[in-house]
Unconditional design. Sequence first.
Length: 208
Amino acid sequence: MNTVFALLSTALLLTSTSTVFAASSTDLTVKGLITPSACTPGLSSNVIDYGKVSAKDLKPDAYTRLGDSLLQMTLTCDAPTLMALQGVDNRGDAYDSYNAYGLGLVSGKKLGGYTLAFSNAMNNGAAISVLESGDNGRTWKENYLGDTLPLSFLASFGDQSTGNWAPTPVQNVTSDLNVQAIISPTAGMDLSNEVPILGSATLQVRYL
């Protein structure tokens, strides 16, 4: 009803104001900023291997937690730099696509997923808070006690020195990275043959 009214209103406006002309061009602005600094992330290990897990040890009607794996992330920048990290799920089909990275499908069902959480961050040897942003860096809050970082969120490191939580320039960061893997309820999955547990994620640096 509202759409029809808007269209009719536009038509009446065009017919009754013949002396008003629409612009015959529009502008496009392309902008950005080239930063002289670069940051390189690293992990103490790029592979987490759970080995062989017996199908009989997996719950048919509940989630099975495979356990937590603790890695150390390093971030080395050429100079103090405002930056953030964002995870990219290279596999997909997680049981919880908001919080977890996927492990693929089995018999058309989501095998499970794994979550990432940062904690105990240090910058140049001094403690610094882990921050998170759910609106692409417009606002920030502290990530308490290594809470799971949703896929669409940015992670950064900073403080409240400006009155609000905000990232600060960092140069040499270390942080624990907790990885928690979970297998979905296996009812309906064909586990008569070996099924790979295989996830893939990328940690990207975003310059702020």
